[in-house]
Design a protein around this ligand. Structure first.
Ligand SMILES: Nc1nc2c(ncn2[C@@H]2O[C@H](COP(=O)(O)OP(=O)(O)OP(=O)(O)O)[C@@H](O)[C@H]2O)c(=O)[nH]1
Ligand SMILES: [Mg+2]
Length: 629
């Protein structure tokens, strides 16, 4: 059996979850199509999803079409849950991007398509809701071409759009209008075909050959076939099923190769135990096997469940191409590579959250419980990035937006019985060193309770260099009876310095720092690792005070599309909100603006853009850099 890991992506409410139900029904997995509005779907399975009628967590469900085992990932469309989409993107063989025939191309559609194209994920476009009043599939295809991809190639057309009878009519393989358009699109990336067209000889290309070329260019992410239908009525679903297996690249996994997989989701099982969702790229992992989980960590697999025919089934191994839920990986984190041939973690596709909020338990007696609960949530959603202020009173979490905040509040209440109160939402800044700084605390100093000497010099590092530590002390001053090797000592010291940099003098994390250990001493046999672990952050703190720091705010690069006649209104808005646009590019009815904007202003611009562009403006932002505030 070949496998196809298929992502369903779209702007919120375009119909991903309903479409998933339809596909499961068409594949014979479920007898009746569930409803999002009644809370009876397979993939919107948690209580909050059912209550709100939106998808919050990515859900996996499997079915078989012909000889292909499809493992479908239904993703959330709301931008606050983009982190869920991010994790899924790295495990896909192909995707269906759903576009509503009524609302057309929406903000998140643009964001998602850009990510899919950047990662070259083979993608089909499904124009959904052709049964709904107001559906205008022709106009949607035009905007898809203008805003998403010039490589859009409709495989048919919608008849009776805007009525319950709306249906999909695929083009006949020898329909000349279709083959002309297809050849023209294929020739853009195919020189032999281009030459044939130029010489008027392409008529000799057989329909089967065109189909194979279409599949090849879809697989390479150059062309994007477009289908039409309705997840509500089932129109167009059979054609979509065929396209999944004939146009997207299903794979025969190599189970004999060295094991490589990735953890893309972590959840807690009914008994509170950790369950890691893993996609294997090649090789296999068996029950009771001890698997590497990234540098210095490993764990033994105690249970394996794979996805089959709408359910999960216990198995003795997870094979190349498959997705499985693995138990026993207590240390597993989202993004961990699994196995001996694991790839390094992928770079983030979407921007990290740039907002944060403090929260406290309404009942102070629950403060410790709140900490534990948030730590568990942060495990499932690492970008939450739980932090605590110096006074140890308030907890901070990172956020994408207000809806994510409400979900956290609700989850804490329902799953953990903790009522919380949020403080106001603020932007996450960092501190940078203003210049070099130095500090030393010596063994035997009356103010030093630890059995160690640590001297540190800090200097500003280049942008994005993170933390580097140079150990510039005599070998004899390093307590090798504690750390065994100089490398182990350096690794441990790096972590201690990092701990000290977590809160700079202004309370923000200190970024990009070149540290040098200038002095070191110990007193054998009394000195232990605890002495260095506890003393180093204090020395870092003193060195930071000596250097001085400047607070820097996140700056995002933006991409803004809006109707051409709204350009001056949009420019005025951007100027008010400290954005710095480059010259606009106007293409017929739309203009595009790119430039920089402080993250703190994005929310306001997003809100006001709506009114200034008749609801059509789309602002996409991505983190770019930090700059002094
Ligand atoms: N008329 C019509 N309604 C549809 C169709 N597909 C979905 N809907 C409705 O649109 C609403 C949203 O559908 P969902 O399937 O939850 O959309 P989604 O893309 O999964 O939404 P999120 O996961 O929250 O982003 C529901 O009320 C569906 O019943 C369709 O083809 N036609
Ligand atoms: Mg959904």
């Amino acid at each position: 059996l070949k496998t196809l890991n298929l992502g369903i992506l779209a702007h919120v409410d375009a119909g991903k979850t309903t479409l998933t139900e339809r596909l499961l029904h068409a594949a014979g997995v479920i007898d009746a199509v569930g409803s999002v509005d009644e809370g009876t779907t397979q993939t919107d399975s948690n209580a909050l999803e059912r209550e709100r009628g939106i998808t919050i967590r990515a859900g996996v469900v499997a079915f078989t079409v012909d000889d292909v085992g499809v493992q479908l990932i239904d993703t959330p469309g709301h931008p606050d849950f983009i982190a869920e989409v991010e994790r899924s993107l790295h495990v896909l063989d192909g995707a269906v991007l759903v576009v509503s025939a009524v609302e057309g191309v929406q903000p998140q559609t643009v964001v998602l398509m850009r990510a899919l194209r950047r990662l070259r994920v083979p993608t089909l476009l499904f124009v959904n809701k052709i049964d709904r009043a107001g559906a205008d599939p022709e106009r949607v295809v035009t905007t898809i071409r203008e805003r998403l991809t010039r490589g859009a190639i409709p495989l048919g057309h919608a008849r009776d759009a805007g009525t319950r009878a709306g249906a999909f009519r695929p083009f006949a393989p020898d329909d000349e209008r279709f083959t002309d358009a297809l050849v023209e699109a294929l020739a853009d990336h195919d020189e032999t075909l281009l030459a044939a067209v130029a010489h008027g000889r392409w008529g000799a290309v057989a329909p089967d050959d065109l189909q194979a070329r279409l599949a090849a260019q879809t697989a390479s992410g150059q062309l994007h076939p477009v289908l039409f239908g309705s997840a509500a009525t089932g129109a167009g679903i059979p054609a979509l099923m065929v396209a999944l297996t004939t146009l997207l690249p299903a794979r025969d996994g190599d189970a004999e190769a060295p094991a490589a997989g990735v953890v893309f989701k972590v959840e807690r099982g009914p008994g509170g135990e950790k369950v890691a969702y893993v996609r294997m790229f090649c090789g296999a992992v068996g029950l009771r096997e001890r698997v590497p989980l990234g540098p210095g960590r490993a764990a033994t697999v105690t249970a394996i469940e794979v996805f089959e025919h709408g359910a999960t089934v216990r198995r003795a191994a997870v094979l190349a191409g498959q997705i499985a839920k693995l138990s026993g990986l207590r240390e597993a984190r989202v993004g961990d590579g699994i196995g001996t041939a694991a790839r390094p973690p992928a770079r983030d596709v979407f921007a990290a959250p740039t907002l944060e909020t403090a929260l406290v338990a309404r009942d102070p007696a629950q403060t410790a419980a709140l900490h534990g609960a948030l730590a568990q949530l942060a495990e499932q959603d690492p970008l939450i990035d739980l932090r605590q202020d110096d006074g140890r009173r308030e907890l901070f979490v990172s956020l994408y937006g207000e809806v994510q905040k409400e979900v956290i509040e609700h989850t804490l209440l329902v799953e953990f019985g903790i009522e919380v109160e949020f403080r106001e939402t603020t932007t996450i800044c960092i501190e940078r060193l203003e210049g070099p700084g130095h500090a030393v605390v010596r063994l035997g100093d009356p103010s030093n309770p630890f059995l160690a000497t640590v001297g540190l010099a800090l200097a500003p590092g280049p942008a994005d260099s993170g933390l580097t530590l140079d150990v510039a002390v005599e070998l004899g001053t390093i307590p090798l009876y504690v750390y065994r090797t100089v490398d182990a000592f350096r690794a441990a010291m790096t972590e201690y310095v990092r701990a000290g940099l977590r809160h700079g003098p202004a309370g923000w994390e200190v970024g990009d720092c070149a540290a040098t250990l200038t002095q070191c001493a110990y007193s054998s046999p009394g000195t232990g690792s605890g002495d260095f672990r506890k003393l180093t952050p204090l020395v870092v703190r003193a060195a930071l005070e000596d250097a001085g720091t400047v607070v820097c705010e996140p700056i995002q690069s933006f991409h803004l599309d809006a109707p051409a006649d709204t350009l001056s209104a949009v420019l005025a808005l951007l100027a008010q909100r400290r954005a710095v646009p480059r010259p606009p590019v106007v293409a017929r009815r739309w203009f595009t603006l790119e430039g920089d904007i402080p993250a703190a202003e994005v929310h306001r611009v997003q809100r006001e853009l709506h009114g200034r562009t008749r609801g059509q403006g789309v602002l996409e932002v991505a983190f770019d850099r930090y700059e002094p505030r």
